[in-house]
Design a protein around this ligand. Sequence first.
Ligand code: AHG
Ligand code: MN
Ligand code: MN
Length: 353
Amino acid sequence: MTNVEQSQAQNSALERDCRTLSHHVLQQFQSFSQEAQDLSAIMNRIALAAKLISRRLSRAGIMEGALGVTGEENVQGESVKKMDVYANDVFISVFEQSGLVCRLASEEMEKPYYIPENCPIGRYTLLYDPVDGSSNIDTNLNVGSIFSICQQEGNDVDGNANDLLQTGRKQVAAGYILYGASTMLVYSTGNGVHSFTLDPSLGEFILAQENIQIPEYGAIYSLNEGNFWQWEEPLREYVRYVHRNEGYSARYGGALVGDFHRILLQGGVFLYPGTVKKPEGKLRLLYESAPLAFLTEQAGGRATTGTQEILDVIPDKIHMRTPLIIGSRENVKLVESFMPAQSQETAMAHSQT
Ligand code: AHG
Ligand code: MN
Ligand code: MN
């Protein structure tokens, strides 16, 4: 390699290593406005939370008290893993004394957590699923964290955070962290979807891919077929169709973030429909489906409950669940083609947008 080539290689490596998350967020706003600075700082704190959780996950198997359940049940009626509690607390801790986020609404907390010293200066609320795919933790399989950032509206005087009961279209930013072979952070502020890979030697999330576009169509369908007996007939018809026709591939990892990330990059569809036991579905709107729907629409895909676009749903409570069909436009349309006429009208309306 000549000296010129060597210095060019060094420069491009240096350039790459300087494309950090906080820098990228500022670029998204093409300004140094207060909002841009706030979002950049918030994303930086989320990146710190991701690094803390990633570090613990990578050593959990040899750490006393890191794995297993707490013995408690959360507001969802689900058994709580020790890692759920740790991760939940990490997101709170990184925003204490930050002046940025005044409230945190979490899958693991019945009511939002207020950080009084940040209120009312910090006009942002973080809604999050601290560990998504908790059933994978003890078997060292991929898990994630999902986040959504909203502007506080009004002064929430009664402390019920009713202003959070709004459509996902009002999200200021959304994204997820995937704790996999590498730790990745994927986010959008409404200006495309961008992924970052954690370089542990630097302790920085470095830009990996900008403006990710979900393929128009993909071979993957992802759902828990163990629930077949609980589904309504139209969904069973869809599953029979993909069983009987060439060109489909089943992938289901039991962790939404990993299953979604695969579809974002390769195309296809993820479904968590309503079941006999949970007609409204299992996944929570505000900190699972809506953030991923925000990314999906930014990436050119679709996300629906089966009768309504996820981003148009107005929740009646913070932990509201909805069915979820999310992924490539053509794959979502195929699922909807098996649904009753009413949801096909919705599909038609949206497939022309
Ligand atoms: P969480 O661990 O945050 O409760 O989320 C688990 C969710 C989601 O990650 C995954 O897609 C789904 O539960 C899997 O549910 P089943 O085990 O019922 O398939
Ligand atoms: Mn989850
Ligand atoms: Mn969770």
